[in-house]
Design a protein around this ligand. Structure first.
Ligand code: 5GP
Ligand code: ZN
Length: 114
């Protein structure tokens, strides 16, 4: 737990979020500023600053995060396509330094991303 981390505060229940899923390892909730009709975030309970901070010990956790993202995408009806995104570092647009997987869908998503 990081005192200043907004996602740790959501995990602790100190900041409200629309929870879609939670278990002993991961949580999923709606993004507060959706960039698509469906925009979910899947995060580990463990505070990890971002993709580059993952260790070998986190391999099953990151696998679970991605698997859960795909399961939630199916549950909310994103059958015809969605995007899983992890931003790493400020230059890539990372603003919250607690690992998170974006699940975006519900509209046509252009490529390459900006
Ligand atoms: P990043 O830019 O780091 O890849 O993604 C961070 C995401 O967290 C952004 O899409 C932003 O809208 C979302 N976010 C930031 N603060 C909050 C919050 O307090 N609650 C929720 N639900 N999402 C948040
Ligand atoms: Zn955190």
């Amino acid at each position: 737990m990081s005192q200043e981390c907004v996602f740790c505060k959501i995990i602790a229940g100190d900041i409200p979020a629309t929870l879609l899923y939670e278990d002993e390892d991961v949580l999923a909730f709606n993004d507060i500023s959706p960039q698509a009709p469906t925009h979910l975030l899947v995060i580990p309970r463990k505070h990890i600053a971002g993709p580059a901070a993952l260790t070998d010990a986190d391999q099953s956790l990151i696998g679970k995060l991605i698997k859960k993202g795909t399961e939630l995408a199916a549950e909310v009806g994103l059958d015809d396509g969605y995007r899983l995104v992890m931003n790493n570092g400020e230059k890539a647009g990372q603003t919250v330094f607690h690992l998170h997987l974006h699940v975006l869908g519900g509209r046509v998503l252009t490529w390459p991303p900006g």
